[in-house]
Design a protein around this ligand. Sequence first.
Ligand code: A3P
Length: 321
Amino acid sequence: MNLRDDNVSEETKTLISSLPREQDSQGKLCKFQGCWYYYNTLQAVINFQTNFKPQDTDIILASFPKSGTTWLKALSVAILERYKQPTDDHPIHPLLSDNPHGIVPFFEIDMYLKTSTPDLTKFSTSSPRLFSTHMPLHTVKEGLKDSPCKVVYLCRNVKDALISRWYFRCKYQKSEVARSNLESMFESFCSGVSFYGLFWDHALSYWRGSLENPKHVLFLKYEELKTEPCVQVKKLAEFLGCPFTKEEEESGLVIKILELCSIRNLSGLDVNKTGKTWMNVDYNSYFRKGEVGDWKNLLTPEMENKIDMIIEKLKGSDFKF
Ligand code: A3P
């Protein structure tokens, strides 16, 4: 049995048999609520939707894969942790002793992948609880069951997210970074038949959610975090309900948080150089260049045109990718 098929219940197998199905180099995919998942991830999504008990103060960090999730997790932890003093149990800042993915678990990749009833106290020890996901908003909402908890989405230029996925997948599969991999990934990325579906559908679900209910969903952009980091981090802190005070700003705390969470600092920490996720993914594979526009060196003009044409078709949603 493929690793991506394990832990799937008989009920879910019956559901899968009624869904659109495809196969990629990693395993079998099926389309559920408009988004493509490997079978075991679909099971985790269903486990989450059925069993998650939200608390009103929960914070959900959402993104399409390779959009800067690690950065968003680090910044959110740093913002919320700033009130806490070191204790005997936690003598150092969590970001210095663990990777952001070890601190903020994914619903469908960590918590609900192997069990429908995880012990949540083991997964999220922070208060308020911080969780993360790559599911689109309508699918997340079913698990949140009308809870007013806050959702932050980080969006990134689609071309950079694609290039980042290519490098990550090669590293994950321990294969050479070959252009042939990029070419096949490009086709499935543009058709949307790839893990987590079509980038644009994903981003639009959160964009619309943020317009409908701005107190519930905050839509951030990776590129804006790069160009105006202080403004964006202050916006994030305000949305999370803990804005920086004048004194904090004057003491340089925002800059300190940005420095703590910078790719240079995080990637240089021992834990991130040598640690692994529980799924055996090297923490260092979450840090590469962290730049805007790296795609310009790597996509062919034909690839660029094809993506631009898809974007052109989507115009009218008021959202510029
Ligand atoms: P690149 O491959 O373009 O360098 P995710 O966290 O969603 O998996 O996304 C990974 C991407 O975010 C990678 O992009 C990685 O380098 C970048 N990244 C990770 N940590 C970052 C940070 N602290 N600041 C900026 N970018 C970061």
